[in-house]
Design a protein around this ligand. Structure first.
Ligand SMILES: *Cc1c(COP(=O)(O)O)cnc(C)c1O
Length: 361
């Protein structure tokens, strides 16, 4: 079987380095093998370092980023709970939908697609009945980074949990779970971690665990998952068969991040974002997010009038092997979303895109 050569500069998946592919190709061993337990422990420890948390409950949930979202809701939100949900893009909309499906009373704080939400509006929407505040830290549909300033303090004042989607920001843009006071967060492997899709890094702190309910989902029930991931006196018990090889791959992907160092990696993403933004601006593509609200790991630009964006994107992919993403929802047909994620956040990768683009335009 042969897969075509592609440079993944879209909204995810992102380029997977050889080291990660090699880890994935290691022999499968048993999910209860003590040798695998060691890999699990190491993976949890590396995940804590990348999330910048001391949370004991930190592990990958089986399934893509959306499984992490669902694990957050089914374990920590009860039917009837009042939840404030920031919505200024597709992923905020998705969470509001998920919360409603789980019986929550969702109070939406809506904002323009392409702008950050005013944190004061989020804080004002909290009241003494509020169980949680949810925001998307990196909105992949618009390339906006949502500031978290003051949210944790306000949530504590109202005895609410702060819940964050950091799928596209983790390991690409500054986020520290403990420092920001985030109570529950989830991510995905195929964005800035450069690991194939299929796992959702997940972390939950003490304030959240005090409210842990028997989850309404059997598969995503945190207590059952922890019986496998943490063991306890009687050792690890079977819940579902872990995706062994994907966990090898995540372990290696996290190690690559830690070798570079988080701070250095954030700076590299920011530099790569600014470089590409400058190059594209010279060609007439302006960034959607204003200065100070942009997410370094995803550059969303307006496509100038007169360019058939879908045709150019298709040719970039099929004739030049470079994938970028189009717009979603109200931005469909109007923008391009270019991933600046891990190995994609390098001048060599960006030059391949720019060279191909210059041939096409
Ligand atoms: C990609 C993404 C998700 C969903 O992840 P899947 O792996 O597609 O399930 C959720 N939130 C954000 C911000 C994302 O970018």
């Amino acid at each position: 079987m042969t897969v075509p050569d592609r440079l993944l500069l879209g909204s995810g998946p992102s380029p997977v380095p050889r080291r990660v592919l090699d880890a994935l190709a290691q022999p499968t061993i048993g999910h209860l093998d003590p040798a695998f337990a060691e890999i699990m422990e190491r993976c949890k420890d590396r995940l804590r370092q990348v999330f910048q948390t001391t949370n004991d409950v930190t592990m990958p949930v089986s399934g893509t980023g959306s499984a992490g979202m669902e694990a957050m809701v089914v374990n920590f939100i009860r039917p009837g709970d009042r939840v404030v949900c920031g919505v200024h893009g597709l992923f905020g909309e998705r969470m509001a939908d998920e919360m409603r499906r789980n019986g929550a009373e969702v109070v939406v704080v809506e904002g323009e697609w392409g702008r950050a939400l005013d944190t004061a509006r989020l804080v004002d929407a909290l009241d003494e009945r509020t169980a949680a505040l949810f925001v998307v830290h990196g909105e992949t549909s618009t390339g906006v980074r949502q500031p978290l300033d003051g949210l944790a303090a306000a949530c504590r004042e109202h005895d609410a949990l702060l819940m964050v989607d950091c799928v596209t920001s983790l390991a690409g843009a500054p986020i520290g779970i403990d420092e920001e006071g985030v109570d529950v967060a989830f991510s995905g492997t195929q964005k800035c971690l450069n690991v194939p899709p299929g796992l959702a890094p997940f972390t939950a702190g003490e304030r959240a665990l005090e409210r842990l309910e028997p989850g309404r989902s059997w598969y995503l029930d945190l207590t059952l998952l922890l019986g496998y991931w943490s063991g306890g006196g009687g050792g690890r018990s079977y819940h579902h068969t872990a995706p062994i090889n994907l966990i090898y791959a995540l372990d290696e992907g996290l190690q690559i991040v830690l070798e570079e160092g988080l701070e250095a990696r954030w700076v590299r993403h920011l530099d790569a974002h600014e470089r590409l933004r400058g190059e594209l601006a010279e060609r007439g593509f302006e960034r959607l997010a204003p200065e100070g609200e942009a997410l370094s790991s995803l550059l969303c630009v307006r496509v100038p009038d007169g360019i058939d964006e879908a045709a150019v994107r298709r040719s970039l992919l099929l004739d030049h092997g470079v994938e970028i993403s189009g717009g979603l929802g109200p931005l469909a047909g109007q923008v391009w979303r270019i991933g600046v994620m891990g190995e994609g956040a390098r001048p060599e990768a960006q030059d391949r895109l720019l060279t191909a683009l210059d041939k096409l335009l």
